[in-house]
Design a protein around this ligand. Sequence first.
Ligand code: ADP
Ligand code: SF4
Ligand code: MG
Length: 351
Amino acid sequence: MSSSSTSAQPREATADTVESPLLEVRDLHVEFRTRDGVAKAVNGVNYSVRAGETLAILGESGSGKSVTAQAVMGILDSPPGFVTGGQIVFKGRDLLTLGKEDRRKVRGSQMAMIFQDALSSLNPVHSVGSQLGEMYRVHKGSSRQDAKAKAIELMDRVRIPAAKARVGDYPHQFSGGMRQRIMIAMALALEPDLIIADEPTTALDVTVQAQVMDLLAELQGEYHMGLILITHDLGVVADVADKIAVMYAGRIVETAPVHELYAKPAHPYTRGLLDSIPRLDQKGQELYAIKGLPPNLLRIPPGCAFNPRCPRAQEICRTTVPPLFEVTDEAGTPRPGRASACHFWKETLDD
Ligand SMILES: Nc1ncnc2c1ncn2[C@@H]1O[C@H](COP(=O)(O)OP(=O)(O)O)[C@@H](O)[C@H]1O
Ligand code: SF4
Ligand SMILES: [Mg+2]
């Protein structure tokens, strides 16, 4: 987490020179072969995450965020889903070349996922203590007693009040926010290198959202894990993410360090998302909404997939797919980490 870093060095300089990425997704393609046709859910996605770094992946529902994460975790619903191209390099190894058993091992111990809906991810008929303890019993061979002690320690760690008294309680006896903390505890149990949190706070009240997000960010920094935070809500990522990738129709359409993206988006879709965040200083004003809906991935529009909804669209947008252009400053110097898949990124940046 750059915001909580106490290092005097700028983060970029140290991270880039010392640490190679923990995870590198390269030109990933995923499709779903359905009765209605082939849905191109992920179309050439590239991103990387370093240890201790938070990448937020942002986009409306149906843009391929979860499918990308499922491919990384190796839990894609297959069939109908298939990875049809690319590499998922995790700690130097392409996970797509591993056999099922090796893949399962990586998933069990080195990466973990937190889902939106804790109630359906936790087992309703076992106490949370036994579910947390099972992580230690199965993976580390801990005794029942040790596992219980570990479970209490973890519940304390994610600040569940009266952990010792509540270790025998069942998932439905906890509030939504507390259940989401338990999910975080489950993910942390084996001290993974990478956590993927897929809309982890979407089902929670706004105030609880902020608490859970802060906790996740704090633990991620402490454990020096890589974190991929998937969300459709730009409001929740500003304080915790280092960099953002914006997805649309299975592609990344903009990448930027978080504060640059907020200050000066270089893609009309990002601008639309930013303009639709409620702001305290504009109470009572009508919120902007991007017109129309994201495309059906069975029929992605030709050219720029965003063109039917884009206020800036020109003829070229309907015919030519924009590649991810390097975003540069006025002197032509590339801005680190910035790219935009828009023919008119310069004009958008200058708006
Ligand atoms: N199990 C599935 N079967 C068929 N198509 C799927 C399935 N899961 C996802 N898809 C396709 O992938 C698209 C992207 O889904 P997803 O990654 O879940 O979007 P989001 O960005 O909301 O997380 C969906 O709109 C759908 O077309
Ligand atoms: S390429 Fe064209 S349609 Fe696509 S975002 Fe840029 S201006 Fe809009
Ligand atoms: Mg999703």
